[in-house]
Design a protein around this ligand. Structure first.
Ligand SMILES: NC(=O)c1ccc[n+]([C@@H]2O[C@H](COP(=O)([O-])OP(=O)(O)OC[C@H]3O[C@@H](n4cnc5c(N)ncnc54)[C@H](OP(=O)(O)O)[C@@H]3O)[C@@H](O)[C@H]2O)c1
Length: 402
C-alpha cells in the first residue's frame, strides 16, 4: 500500500453526524475549520475544542458550540478560561500535553482535526493514530518528525490520515481513483513574500515583511516558513511519508498565483492537477467530509479573470532552507527531527529579533552539520533528540554564532 493509511475504513460509513475533536481551534486552520462546520451544521457535532493561550477566543468558540471537553496549555489558562465561561456550562477541561493527548483519543470522537502548530502536535496526533481515529492532519511537523511511526501505527489500528495541507490535499484529490503508475509528485509553491526579491533585499528582511504572505492568511510560524521556503521543504518530507515516494520523485514548482495546488505525474507523462481559489476551507472541508464533498459557498475559480498562470523553478541560492530540508530527508530520519527542531527555534528567534533572516538558514545548517545519525525508532528517542537540537540551537543564538 503506497498511501500512509488504509482508506477503505468502516469509520467513513458510520451513520449520523460525525463527532469531532478540534485541536488547535484558536489557530488559523482551527478558525477556518469552524467556518466549514458552521456551513454544514447537520453533518458534525463538536465534542472537544483545544487552544493553548488565546482564552478569549477559545471561550467564544466554546460558548457557541458547548462541547463537553476543552483543552488548554496549563492550569493558569484553565483558571482564566473558567472565568470567561457562563455559570451554566461546565465542560471538562484538560491541560497540557497529556490533556491534548486525551482529547485526541476521546471515545466520543470519530474524527480529530490536528491543527496545533509545531512539534507540540506530535503526541496528540500519535494518540489519535493509536486510537484508530480519522485524523485530518494539518500539523505537518508530526509527519516530519515521525512519518515512519505513523505508517506503522495506522496500519496496525486502522487509523486514517487525511491531509489538510493544501498541496497534499491536492495530490490526494488528483490521485483518487488514479493511484497506480505514479512517477512524480509536483508540489506548487507561491514563493512567499520574497519570491521576486534580490538576495541583498532578502538579507535585510524584517519579521513584519516576512509575515506578509501574498496569497494565504496563516499563523506566524508557517508564514515565516513560507518566506524562507522551509515550508516547502517540510512539505517534501510530508509527501514522501504520506505517499510512500522516494525523495527524488517529489519536486517543487514555483507558481505565484496559488491556483494549481499540486500535480501528480503518471508513467505515460500525463499530469493531473487540482485547482481552486486559495482558501484553506476547501482542503479542510474535503478532509472533514471525506468521502463526501461539503457545501462551502466560496467564490468560484474564474480562470478567465485570472488570465495567466505562471511557473518557475525554485531558487535554492536565495532560499537555502529548501535545500537543507532535502539534504536532511536524504540523510536520515534523525536529521529531519533536528531540522524541524532547529527551525522552530530559529523562527521564534527571528520573530523576537534575535536572529537575522539569513541567520535562520545558517543556524539550521550549523546544527545539521554537527548531527550524527541516531536511531529514532520510538517516540521517546524523537522527543529526546528534538530537545537536544533545540538546546544546541538556543545556545548558538545566545553565543551569537549565527
Ligand atoms: N494556516 C494555514 O493556512 C496552514 C496551511 C497548511 C498547514 N498548516 C499547518 O497547520 C498547523 C497550524 O497552523 P496555523 O497556521 O493554524 O497556526 P496558528 O494560527 O499559529 O495556530 C496554532 C494553534 O496551535 C495552538 N498551540 C500553540 N502552541 C501550542 C502548544 N504548545 N501546544 C498545543 N497547542 C498549541 C494555538 O493555540 P493558541 O492560539 O490558543 O495559543 C493555535 O490553536 C501548522 O502545523 C501548520 O504548518 C497551516
Amino acid at each position: 500500500m503506497r498511501y500512509i493509511s488504509p482508506l477503505t475504513s468502516a469509520l467513513f460509513e458510520r451513520p449520523g453526524p460525525r463527532s469531532i475533536s478540534l485541536l488547535g481551534s484558536t489557530g488559523s486552520i482551527g478558525v477556518s475549520a469552524l467556518r466549514v462546520l458552521a456551513k454544514n451544521p447537520d453533518a458534525f457535532t463538536v465534542v472537544a475544542l483545544a487552544g493553548a493561550r488565546n482564552m478569549e477566543l477559545l471561550a467564544r468558540q466554546a460558548i457557541a458550540l458547548r462541547p463537553p471537553y476543552l483543552g488548554v496549555l496549563d492550569a493558569d489558562k484553565a483558571a482564566c478560561l473558567r472565568l470567561l465561561l457562563p455559570s451554566d456550562y461546565h465542560p471538562q477541561t484538560y491541560t497540557g500535553a497529556a490533556g491534548y493527548e486525551a482529547l485526541a483519543s476521546l471515545p466520543e470522537a470519530d474524527l480529530i482535526l490536528a491543527a496545533q502548530v509545531g512539534a507540540a502536535g506530535l503526541i496528540p496526533a500519535l494518540a489519535a493514530a493509536q486510537a484508530g481515529k480519522i485524523i485530518c492532519l494539518a500539523n505537518k511537523e508530526a509527519l516530519v518528525l515521525a512519518g515512519h511511526l505513523f505508517r506503522r501505527i495506522c496500519h496496525a489500528t486502522g487509523a486514517v490520515i487525511l491531509p489538510v495541507d493544501s498541496e497534499h490535499n491536492a495530490l490526494f484529490q488528483a490521485m483518487r481513483g488514479h493511484d497506480a503508475h505514479i512517477e512524480r509528485l509536483i508540489l506548487t509553491a507561491s514563493g512567499g513574500p520574497f519570491r521576486a526579491k534580490s538576495l541583498a533585499e532578502i538579507e535585510k528582511a524584517t519579521p513584519a515583511q516576512a509575515l506578509a504572505h501574498p496569497n494565504w492568511s496563516m499563523g506566524a510560524k508557517i508564514s515565516i516558513d513560507s518566506a524562507t521556503m522551509m515550508n516547502k521543504g517540510l512539505e517534501i518530507i510530508e509527501a514522501v511519508h504520506l505517499y510512500g515516494m522516494l525523495p527524488q520523485t517529489v519536486d517543487v514548482l514555483v507558481h505565484p498565483q496559488s491556483i494549481i495546488h499540486s500535480l501528480v505525474e503518471y508513467s505515460d507523462g500525463s499530469q493531473l492537477a487540482h485547482l481552486g481559489v486559495p482558501d484553506m476551507e476547501i482542503p479542510i472541508a474535503y478532509c472533514l467530509g471525506y468521502p463526501r464533498r461539503l457545501h462551502l459557498g466560496l467564490p468560484r475559480l474564474d480562470l478567465a479573470s485570472i488570465a495567466s498562470l505562471t511557473f518557475a523553478s525554485p531558487d535554492t541560492e536565495r532560499f537555502p532552507c529548501l535545500a537543507l530540508a532535502r539534504q536532511a530527508l536524504e540523510a536520515s530520519p534523525s536529521h529531519t527531527v533536528v531540522l524541524n527542531a532547529v527551525n522552530e527555534i530559529a523562527v521564534q528567534a527571528f520573530l523576537d529579533h534575535q536572529l537575522s533572516f539569513p541567520g535562520l538558514a545558517r543556524l539550521i545548517a550549523h546544527v545539521l552539520d554537527m548531527h550524527q545519525t541516531v536511531s529514532v525508532e520510538d517516540v521517546h528517542a524523537i522527543l529526546d533528540l528534538d530537545a537536544l537540537a533545540r538546546c544546541q540551537a538556543a545556545h548558538m543564538i545566545k553565543e551569537g554564532q549565527c
